[in-house]
Design a protein around this ligand. Sequence first.
Ligand SMILES: C[S@@+](CC[C@H](N)C(=O)[O-])C[C@H]1O[C@@H](n2cnc3c(N)ncnc32)[C@H](O)[C@@H]1O
Length: 279
Amino acid sequence: MVLSDQEVNYFINTVKSISAYDFSEYSEKSLKRRLQKILIDNNLDLIGLINKLKTNPNFLEKIVRDITVNTTELFRDPAIWQTLRYRVLPQFAQNRNINIWHAGCSTGQEVYSMLILLNELGLLDKAKIFASDLNTEALETAKKGTYKYRFNIGYLDNFDKVIKENPLNYDEYNDVAYEKYFKIDKISDTIIINDFLRKKPIFRQHDLVKGGNLYFAKFDLILCRNVIIYFKYSLQNKVFKLFHDHLYTNGSLVLGMHETMLGEITSRFEKKGQVYRKR
Ligand SMILES: C[S@@+](CC[C@H](N)C(=O)[O-])C[C@H]1O[C@@H](n2cnc3c(N)ncnc32)[C@H](O)[C@@H]1O
């Protein structure tokens, strides 16, 4: 099923008129792709979909979840975690508190990766971790900290690369047991994050389109990875401005591997790879 730009706009405007969700500044290409898949999966045409959205709030929530991509993993893109470990987090070691915001945290694996790393660096006690997402169902999974084991077996390789190995010295090997941070239960096919990590983050629903700082705090570090890739340039810039306003000077914003800041706002940051340090 191929949708025209007008049909996609019709969908966006309808959702905007009947809910608080606004996809008008999401990238057209990925939105159109997701919408086409939704129509096929639900065996509906656009009019059928719109009618159902108008009469069924639960269906609307489901469609919003289907539109936003929730893919994530523990220590996703290990190279950036090594940068955080050896270059970024040590800068905050002398701070009394370290405030970190995961914007678009999905089901929480990024948050738990951060907590594990902070614990390895002896910084966990001084860290305050805030994590937000648009998708409330993803946030519920994040709070539970329980994931499928077999599906996510690659987590262990990522953990080894970031926590056990030292990319600067391959002779060095930290034999950190997985059980220190999570329980692998092969019978129930789950990885369960240990309680001392699960009780640490504050998870909240927050829509980056609406802006505002939901935590009324300033941050030393903001991770917003693989989120703005789905936004148009205009919304990306709005979000960067929001992050800039809520970072301390010398605080850093970390973007995903395929995301870049462009335009005037770049002059307010010093960029090294995916890390943007506020000037
Ligand atoms: C691909 S996941 C990224 C998860 C994690 N940051 C990572 O890199 O693995 C993108 C997340 O952005 C969230 N998202 C999309 N639009 C959003 C918005 N307007 N406000 C907040 N979160 C949003 C989605 O719900 C989804 O959980």
